[in-house]
Design a protein around this ligand. Structure first.
Ligand code: IVH
Length: 670
């Protein structure tokens, strides 16, 4: 028996090494058969001596299919990164760091930027307890059962491990796995996945964990969520990577520490050369200030940390022949020309269409149907036509002009001046307020915002064709009988759809505002608005001036909202939604809290509560939390070992609160 235990231990260790070499380093030392045979032996021992089988490491058992993914509020926001598109922008970023750090000794750390989807993994006592997607950064989806089917996500950490730890990283699909998967898709007459990121994202969103297992996804860790001083011997980002490796987490081997940002340019070039040979797709290099205490000082601005930047490799370019230009009608009624071309692979994905934006762009490029064009795509950026190779024209190319009638409803098309981010252009738009295209797009956006997963674009098309719905409000008046009467529509799916719609009758206010499709009002802006007004009535009946005090909201947003609120079609839609039983949930407005209109900065380590909790308390009481101290800062809350923000506060005469003062002040809120 002792013999068997020893053998099992040895096997486990060796299998873990082999797996690491295979999945992480892409350097298998044995063939698949040998690997499988070792696993078989280990499984047999575990079966004979179940007392030694501590985890399902060798035979991950897929959980039962889910009906929905539940929401998870992240312990700390999952941020995004600012981009640097060339060396100059990278140097500008580092110059900013040098200035802000005012001579504080520091290093830079560089690692590859994986092209997959971000996930966060919580481990308690070494065991994986929860996995969640990024979502909007604040709230994601619980994908624990699916994550367990990702072979390189450890179910159990290697000891010694902290009692609780949260690891962030990327779920990816290796390039060779995508090739195999797309072959299968073709055999089954299914659409191929455009790239490894889409395939990974599509796979992890499967409600059935067994399907996820089949997709052979992988994972790499890149960060630990933590206050910089609480983990022993972890004072830098590079030490976080070392700890992750010690815990048995897969971490990409390619990384480097440097004292000057210039030293990283060689690393960036080196990876650019190796890129094609890597087992997985990357879309850049992530560079950070290595010292965690300095990261804390530098803080976060908006949704991105100041201490990190993503260097993006230059866009790839390919040529193809443009066979046609069609016109799309968006949910605001604007007509957008779309170029169609022979499919080409660019930056890791197959593309066959690209937006031409507007007539000005067509004139600028002097693009004609039949032209040979250069398509550019940078990683996750949408493809664009950047140039026409006029030398290759044969005289048969045709000029394009906007149709006079809407291609969807046949109403006349009008023109108006619009101010874009960078220029003034002329937009062509359908004059029919009831154009089905506007409604279709509007409805797709609506169900997407309210997470009504069961109603996708195809179903919306079908329901419209059948005359069952004309706008989003009609969805809430559908009955099972309406649907089950339709050809090829089972009773079960009718029930599911009706139930899914009914479940979303009381959406969170921010999602509801975002679902209306008001120009310039996306999820984040809708959240700011919802938090400010608290209820839909307050928002709808507000004056233009009421928006002045909302952070991040500029005149363009206010203008769009004003226009939206006086349009008859929007008034009717809202009335109809309410009449059909939709009632967004109100949330407590933040105006009257004790931190109302205050800007608060946190520095140092808080001992009785997490920084995120402190932030939440301040925000829920009407305050804003920012990363750096300025004359307009209302107060600084200083925990243990406060950083330079403390000195800044003293210099500027900003009020400083100890953790104790803060707790007293917020007594009852905690
Ligand atoms: S650091 C601050 N390190 O890039 C948030 N992110 O553009 C970034 N990503 O959502 C965390 N590889 O999904 C970091 N080595 C890496 C990464 C990485 C890929 C992704 C991640 C994030 C996105 C931000």
């Amino acid at each position: 028996m002792e013999e068997a235990q020893k053998r099992l231990q040895k096997l486990k260790k060796h299998i873990a090494d082999l797996r690491f070499r295979y999945h992480v380093e892409n350097d298998p030392t044995v063939t698949d058969d040998v690997y499988e045979s070792l696993i078989r032996e280990a499984k047999t021992i575990e079966k004979d001596f179940p007392q030694f089988a501590v985890s399902q490491e060798f035979d991950r058992v897929a959980g039962a299919p889910l009906s929905v993914f539940t929401k998870v509020t992240h312990t700390s926001r999952m941020l995004s990164l600012n981009d640097a598109f060339n060396f100059e922008e990278l140097q500008q970023w580092s110059a900013r760091m040098e200035k802000l750090l005012r001579g504080a000794p520091h290093h830079y750390f560089a690692e590859v930027k994986l092209d997959g989807l971000a996930v966060t993994l919580r481990y308690e006592n070494g065991a994986l307890v929860q996995a969640a997607t990024r979502g909007d950064g604040l709230v994601g989806e619980d994908i624990t059962e699916n994550a367990k089917m990702v072979r390189t996500i450890p179910l159990q950490l290697t000891a010694p491990f902290p009692t609780s730890i949260e690891v962030r990283g990327e779920i990816i699909m290796r390039k060779n796995v995508l090739i195999k998967l797309n072959k299968q898709q073709a055999e089954n007459n299914k659409q191929p996945f455009a790239n490894t990121r889409n395939a990974a994202a599509g796979s992890i969103r499967q409600l059935n964990p067994s399907l996820v297992k089949e997709r052979q996804l992988d994972f790499f860790a890149y960060d630990i969520v933590d206050q910089y001083s609480s983990l022993e011997n972890v004072k830098t980002h590079s030490q976080k990577h070392a700890l992750l490796r010690a815990l048995g987490m897969p971490v990409v081997a390619e990384e480097v520490t440097a004292s000057q940002v210039d030293e990283l340019l060689a690393f960036i070039d080196d990876i650019a050369n190796k890129r094609d040979g890597l087992a997985f797709n990357i879309d850049g290099i992530v560079i950070s200030v290595d010292e965690l205490s300095l990261q804390d000082t530098l803080g976060v601005v908006g949704k991105a940390p100041r201490y990190m930047v993503a260097y993006k490799y230059p866009a790839e370019r390919v040529t193809t022949v443009m066979s046609d230009i069609t016109v799309n009608v968006g949910r605001t009624g604007v007509l957008t020309p779309l170029a169609h071309f022979a499919p080409v692979v660019v930056a890791g994905s197959t593309v066959s269409k690209a937006t031409l934006h507007n007539m000005d762009q067509i004139a600028r490029l002097d693009i004609r149907i039949g032209d040979t064009v250069i398509i550019q795509k940078a990683g996750d950026v949408i493809p664009e036509v950047v140039q026409v190779l006029k030398e290759l024209r044969n005289g048969k190319e045709k000029k394009f002009s906007m149709p006079k009638k809407c291609p969807v409803c046949g109403f006349s098309v009008a023109q108006r001046e619009v101010a874009n981010k960078t220029e003034d252009t002329v937009a062509f738009f359908c004059t029919n307020d009831d154009c089905p295209a506007k409604h279709t797009r509007g409805m797709i956006h609506f169900v997407h915002m309210l997470d009504i997963y069961e109603v996708g674009p195809k179903i919306i098309d079908r329901l419209q064709e059948e005359g069952l719905v004309a706008d989003a409000a009609d969805l809430f008046a559908l009955t099972e009988a309406d649907l089950s009467g339709l050809e090829r529509f089972g009773e079960k799916s009718a029930q599911n759809i009706i139930a899914a719609i009914a479940e979303k009758k009381h959406p969170p206010l921010d999602r509801f505002i975002a679902s209306l499709g008001i120009s310039n009002v996306g999820v984040e802006t809708a959240r700011d608005i919802a938090l400010h007004f608290g209820s839909f009535e307050n928002f709808w009946n507000s004056n233009v001036e009421d928006f002045d005090s909302i952070p991040n909201i500029g005149p363009a947003v206010v203008e769009s909202i004003s226009q939206y609120r006086c349009k008859e079609s929007s008034i009717n839609l809202i009335k109809k939604l309410f009449a059909n039983g939709v009632m967004p949930q109100s949330i407590a407005p933040q105006k009257d809290g004790i931190f109302s209109d205050m800007t608060v900065v946190l520095t140092g380590t808080l001992t009785t509560l997490s920084r995120e909790k402190a932030k939440e308390i301040i925000q829920s009481a009407g305050g804003r939390v920012t990363g750096s101290v300025s004359a307009s800062t209302s107060m600084v809350v200083a925990g243990e070992k406060p950083g330079s923000k403390y000195i800044d506060a003293q210099k500027l005469g900003v009020k400083i609160l100890s953790e104790e003062d803060f707790l007293k002040m917020t007594d009852g809120l905690v």
